[in-house]
Write a protein that binds this ligand. Structure first.
Ligand code: SAH
Length: 269
């Protein structure tokens, strides 16, 4: 296992799950609950190591998972949450080597997951009209990924409602207010067999995108769903759902791009 090294980003997590973000720097120190923590004491240790300070403060040190990192990174636009990102990557079937078109980049939360899923041979092209958001997102993404991973991202300052420049993309993933306006472009630029996915917070938006997909003969197998993540309390005899949860984030609508040219595949015997 690779030890924690100088320059690495780590999260300090206390027993009551308070979390702090820190970039390790040889010779530096960090004030933690009124005590001083020397970065040098963490450099060279294992990921997941427990540390206790002289006055008894204890915490764990982790390389942040993608979900930890995402929830902590500075935001321009509202991010997609890990539960939705997890579903999006499966339902949009983001695979290694895929070319994925995304809009907009927002704070880069979904983009990070897409980049990880497309792997070394894939590409993510993200359209974003707000330059300030794009810059924020690029900063966030660069901090988590290495150079070669980051190299697979292209951020375009384009309005996706005006059109898509790329041809034959494998997947289109949208997190913006009017995805129905992208449907005609998607029908032209998504390859046959490709997948269109949009995330939307309200029902009227979903109705519009589903209508647009139904009116476009190049799309079929349209489905819409939402997912509720309900955490549970498992503590002695108190085994029950937690009293509070995020009750709503948004709806996913997924459609498949098809070619309606029938081929004659009759038995030739
Ligand atoms: N999925 C992102 C959040 C996206 S928020 C994340 O997880 O961090 C929606 C983004 O879409 C905003 O940044 C907004 O500026 C951008 N946007 C809205 N309309 C757009 C359009 N027509 N073309 C490109 N980007 C657009």
């Amino acid at each position: 296992m690779q030890k924690l090294s100088d320059g690495e980003l780590v999260h300090l997590v206390t027993a009551d799950e308070k979390e702090y973000r820190l970039t390790l720097k040889a010779g530096s120190s960090f004030k933690f609950s009124g005590e001083t923590l020397l970065h040098d004491d963490l450099i060279g240790q294992n990921d997941g190591v427990q540390v206790s300070l002289s006055r008894g403060t204890r915490f764990f040190v982790f390389r942040p998972t993608l979900s930890q990192y995402t929830l902590f990174m500075p935001r321009g636009a509202q991010i997609l949450y890990p539960k939705d990102i997890a579903l999006i990557t499966m339902w949009a079937d983001i695979y290694p080597g895929a070319t994925v078109l995304e809009a907009g980049v927002g704070s880069g939360a979904l983009t990070l997951a897409l980049l990880r899923a497309v792997g070394e041979k894939g590409q993510v092209i993200s359209y974003e009209i707000r330059e300030d958001f794009a810059n924020r997102a690029i900063k966030n993404i660069k901090e988590y990924l290495n150079e070669s991973e980051f190299g697979r991202l292209l951020v375009r300052p384009n309005d996706i409602y005006d059109g898509i420049l790329e041809q034959e993309v494998d997947r289109i993933v949208l997190d913006l207010p009017e995805p129905h306006r992208v449907v005609p472009h998607a029908a032209q630029k998504l390859r046959s067999g490709g997948i269109f996915l949009s995330f939307l917070p309200t029902v009227p938006q979903v109705e519009k995108v589903v209508d647009a997909l139904r009116n476009e003969s190049k799309f079929d197998f349209i489905e819409t769903f939402e997912t509720l993540l309900r955490p549970w309390n498992i503590d002695g005899r108190s085994v029950r759902p937690q009293l509070r949860m995020v009750a709503h984030s948004g709806f996913l609508t997924v459609a498949r791009r098809v070619s309606r040219i029938e081929i004659n595949a009759q038995d030739k015997l």
